[in-house]
Design a protein around this ligand. Structure first.
Ligand SMILES: [Zn+2]
Length: 258
């Protein structure tokens, strides 16, 4: 597994990163490396000499000219896949940028648009296919397809297309993600805390803000939380059902099925 130091991380202004920032990067690498495809991509990026710069920008970037990734370890996006929605972990945002960095076709830019192609772009592909247009460019298509496959395997919410983004958001931890979805007439909400305990021994908690959906008031809300030990092994599954109509809350804590 690659180390955080292998990416020669600094702040965007060139100043050294804090211990906390280094921890965020180590956690993201350890978490993503549970997935063999992600581990390979991280190794390839290190081999290619990719560096990581921390920033507070509400976005992530890969810059081919400096072969560097700009990453905010608390930034992520809320994504949508049909009736499923949720936010990906900032670690998966890092993975998206890593995918850009290993993209062999990145130097050629195809824009999937019916609009006029900018004169500085080498190639444009004009299409009426809404799914292809929603991918925006060949670079984003590659990065989103890579991100989607790995995010799904990690149990995180996914987006099918580049533009399937509901909003930008900030998390309390690099590895927090959540999913909200309908199944069997019930509204489910899952939080994934796929990270180690902090120095106080407590598990981080994540509160979803700007909750603008009134569905939970109408149907029972099933909320699942999976907690992990320091080795990212799932240890318990907590299920809470809020029945707002009946005013009943049921909680079940079970050992994680092995
Ligand atoms: Zn991208």
């Amino acid at each position: 597994m690659v180390t955080a130091a292998a990416f020669k991380p600094t702040n965007k202004d060139g100043t050294p990163i804090t211990k906390h920032q280094e921890q965020d990067l180590e956690l993201a690498i350890r978490y993503l490396s549970r997935n063999t495809d992600a581990a390979k991509l991280l190794e390839q990026a290190v081999k290619n000499g990719v560096t990581i710069q921390f920033s507070n920008t509400q976005n992530g970037f890969y810059r081919p000219d400096s072969n560097s990734i700009e990453w905010n370890s608390k930034f992520t996006i809320e994504v949508q896949n049909g009736s499923d929605r949720g936010y990906m972990s900032p670690a998966v945002v890092l993975l998206h940028e890593v995918a850009h960095s290993v993209d062999k076709q990145a130097r050629i830019k195809y824009i999937f648009s019916t609009e006029t192609c900018p004169s500085n772009e080498k190639t444009c592909q004009v299409t009426n296919d809404p799914n292809l247009r929603a991918m925006y460019t060949n670079r984003e298509k590659f990065a989103v397809e890579t991100e989607r496959k790995i995010a799904q395997q990690l149990g995180e919410p996914i987006r099918l297309r580049y533009s399937d983004v509901l909003k930008d958001t900030t998390t309390t931890s690099t590895l927090d993600s959540s999913r909200q979805y309908y199944q069997n007439g019930q509204y489910h909400e899952s939080e994934f805390k796929g990270h180690a305990k902090d120095s106080n021994g407590s598990i981080y908690t994540q509160k979803i803000t700007n909750y603008d959906n009134d569905l939970p008031k109408k149907t029972p809300l099933k909320k699942e939380t999976v907690e992990y030990d320091d080795g990212f092994k799932p240890i318990s599954k907590n299920i809470v059902i809020y029945d707002h109509k009946q005013g009943i809350i049921t909680t079940t804590v079970t050992d994680y099925p092995t």
